[in-house]
Ligand binder design. Structure first.
Ligand code: ADP
Length: 466
């Protein structure tokens, strides 16, 4: 919960919101206080100036005519509106009726060059703003005029503002939090649907796709996931096909062995019949083992790991010479002549795997050749590749089949009939060559023959050296 994106977004938003709102609240409050108290000070200053204007010194005697300011709030007892005039020696010379009638005074001010203001608790325990200003009159007479105004109204206004902030702030905070909760919930909903959908996908419904939807940020994720699903689906389908083809191919020799045993056991046989049956079973078992080995090989190549290659510096001529020795019996059995160019081409590769790949290619060139046909093996260096081409004068491969011959278990129908094979040879060739970082090309003409050309990188840039 605490680690969810939703929680983090809301927590981050509310923290920032809290700091900003609190800061703004304090700022506005103190700004208002400054303005309100400032206006009281301005008011007091004008009153003090007014009172100062009413003072006159005649032959060293101070004469004050205060009747003009003794009315209104200054006349009401404890109204909060007070003034008093203090002599240099701290005596109260005059005071407003609002003080006089209750015999109270303001705190006596000390003489000062500059007007001073302060906030005090005055008579009647009310908060007051007090202004003191010293005047130097004619004849060396110095008096300090003090005027005060109640701050109750100002404090009431500030309290009202404080209350409004304290009411509005939490409400906005809660409303924004709720808004954020709804918005993030709404925005993250596609992600929830997305993960629910992913949970439901198994190998049985790999054909389903995720709705790429309307949320722009999620579209690449959904598209990427759908691409991955397509690849998985394809790979599962391939595996399935492989298993069913493999079982199908394995069933044939297994059936031959079983039926041969059944026939033999039906009645007593001669020694020659038993020998013939055992030979047949032995030959079929050999084919079965070969098939199983090939299947294992294909699945190893399928794992996509090039790390199984044992890389060494090789001469392709050595490998093909070895292939010719291995296939010599098969070639002479079919009266096929093999010619090979005497050229050294160096590459970096796995000797055993390449031996197997070229054996498959040359074996096919012999198997699918006509009696008395030829096989030409050529090799070259070209653009950093060691290139080997194997051309035969055999049955050829129809255009429509060329694209499929590298698929596992694929056999062109016509060749299936006469020649033994598993349909795995060329898929092994392709797997081995591609694991080396190379490629295989085929060109063929039905009735004329086929050429397989293998390109193998010469440098260290083979897949196996990754
Ligand atoms: P197989 O065990 O059937 O030879 P491969 O995978 O080696 O399996 O070959 C697949 C199919 O490609 C063969 O069944 C055959 O029809 C065709 N093919 C391969 N090589 C040749 C060739 N040199 N000439 C004609 N057809 C070929």
């Amino acid at each position: 919960m605490l680690s969810s994106v939703k929680f983090r977004l809301i927590a981050w938003f509310l923290s920032v919101f809290f700091v900003v709102m609190t800061g703004l609240g304090f700022f506005l409050y103190y700004e208002l206080e400054y303005i309100v108290i400032g206006s009281v000070d301005t008011h007091l200053h004008s009153k003090v100036q007014l009172i100062a204007g009413l003072m006159d010194v005649d032959e060293g005697i101070l004469d004050i005519e205060l009747s003009e300011v003794e009315a209104g709030d200054y006349a009401l007892p404890l109204s909060g509106h007070y003034y008093q005039i203090v002599s240099r020696d701290g005596r109260v010379i005059a005071r407003s009726p609002s003080l006089g009638s209750v015999d109270a005074t303001l705190p006596i001010a000390v003489e000062s060059d500059e007007p001073t203001t302060s906030t005090i608790i005055g008579p009647g325990n009310s908060p007051l703003r007090l202004l003191n200003e010293t005047f130097h009159l004619d004849g060396g007479v110095t008096v300090t005029v003090q005027a005060s105004k109640s701050l109750e109204d100002s404090y009431e206004l500030l309290a009202l503002f404080r209350g409004a902030i304290l009411l509005v702030f939490p409400s906005v905070f809660v409303l924004s939090g709720l808004g954020m909760l709804i918005i993030t919930g709404h925005s993250l909903r596609p992600l929830k649907i997305f993960s629910k959908k992913i949970e439901t996908i198994t190998e049985k419904n790999l054909n389903e796709r995720i709705d790429e939807g309307t949320v722009a940020e999620l579209r690449p994720l959904a598209a990427g996931f759908n691409t991955m699903l397509s690849r998985l689906e394809e790979s599962f389908a391939r595996q399935k096909r492989f298993f069913s083809d493999a079982s199908h191919e394995l069933r044939t020799p297994a059936t031959v062995i079983k039926s041969t045993c059944d026939v033999m056991l039906r009645r007593k046989r001669t020694a020659g019949e038993y020998e013939g049956a055992i030979r047949k079973i032995g030959e079929t078992a050999r084919r079965l083992t070969e098939l199983v080995n090939r299947i294992l090989e294909v699945s190893e190549l399928d794992s996509g790991r090039a790390s199984f290659l044992l890389l060494a510096d090789l001469d392709l001529k050595d490998i093909l010479a070895r292939v010719l020795i291995l296939l010599e019996p098969s070639a002479s059995g079919r009266e096929v002549k093999i010619y090979m160019k005497d050229r050294h081409v160096r590459i970096r590769g796995d000797r055993e795997k390449l031996l197997e790949a070229f054996t498959n290619i040359v074996d096919n060139a012999i198997k699918y050749n006509k009696r008395g046909g030829t096989v030409d093996i050529d090799m070259n260096d070209a653009d950093g590749y060691g290139v080997v081409s194997v051309s035969d004068t055999g049955v050829g491969i129809a255009e429509a089949d060329i694209g499929s011959i590298f698929e596992r278990f694929y056999r062109v129908d016509t060749s299936r009939a006469g020649v033994a094979g598993s349909g795995l040879g060329l898929s092994i060739v392709k797997g081995v060559v591609e694991a080396h970082g190379g490629r295989v090309e085929v060109s063929s003409k039905v009735g004329d023959g086929t050429t397989f050309t293998v390109f193998l990188p010469q440098g260290r840039a083979t897949a196996g050296s990754l």
